[in-house]
Design a binder for this molecule. Sequence first.
Ligand code: MF3
Ligand code: CO
Ligand code: CO
Length: 290
Amino acid sequence: MKRNDLCWCGSGKKYKKCHLAFDEKIDSIKFIKNKGQIRPQHKLINNAADIEGIKKAAVINSGALDLAGSMVKEGVSTLEINDAVHEFILSHGAHPSCLGFENFPKSICISVNDVVCHGIPSKKEILKSGDILNIDITTDLEGYFADASRMFQVGEISFEAERLIKVTREIMEAGIAAAKPWHFVGDIGAACSKMARANGYSVVTDLGGHGCGKNFHQDPFVSHDCNAETGMLLVPGMSLTVEPMINAGRKQVNVDKSDNWTVRTADGSLSAQWEKTILITETGVEVLAS
Ligand code: MF3
Ligand code: CO
Ligand code: CO
């Protein structure tokens, strides 16, 4: 691309006034292949219009999570929450990304107690006092995606469950705080796993976070348990999720053989997860969806 060409990012500006210095900076970095350091592709970089689009999707997504949370009560089925959120997202002109994604049958994921993630809402699953649950919602508005999840509790929960929810949120925040432009995505997982271990918890490694913005799932893969300075270089304009899955017991998980989706802890221990979609900026990080 020549200096006076329009920039590849789609900003409409000349390359020399837009991403030329950015490309030169990436070119100046020596990627250490045997550390697994990876160069980010241009298609992962959002321009200003893309960021506005993701933020608009995120407003609906946060509203959907608020609605879901307001319905969490003893006696409510997880399907009722799914159906209300489904209507809410459609009424805002958007699409619940989970519905039909790789044949996922419902609009959101609700993962109760030992379910780590990808719980399928069901008429038969009735919330009861003492349950903890993750509600994970992704909204697609005009081709822009916002992905976030939160933990909720039903009535009184055990001290252990309460601590798991609180610490898991802190682990997500530590991961987000470790995400910095011109550093590597592995820094996120290094920070998450350090805090998890310090609290006696394990980190699920079979699943992780992901780039999110112009696609539901895109590069980079975001491990929550890895070495610092590994994986993809984080650069301004990239958007990705931080979504640690933290088990009170061992990290091993199993996928339910009857539905091929529900992920449970192998040892039956409780699991928690929080998720935000973040943007890497020139100076740090901006939360896009939470
Ligand atoms: N929202 C989940 C994530 O955080 C993905 C769910 S995929 C589904 O990446 F098919 F289970 F819905
Ligand atoms: Co999600
Ligand atoms: Co996600």
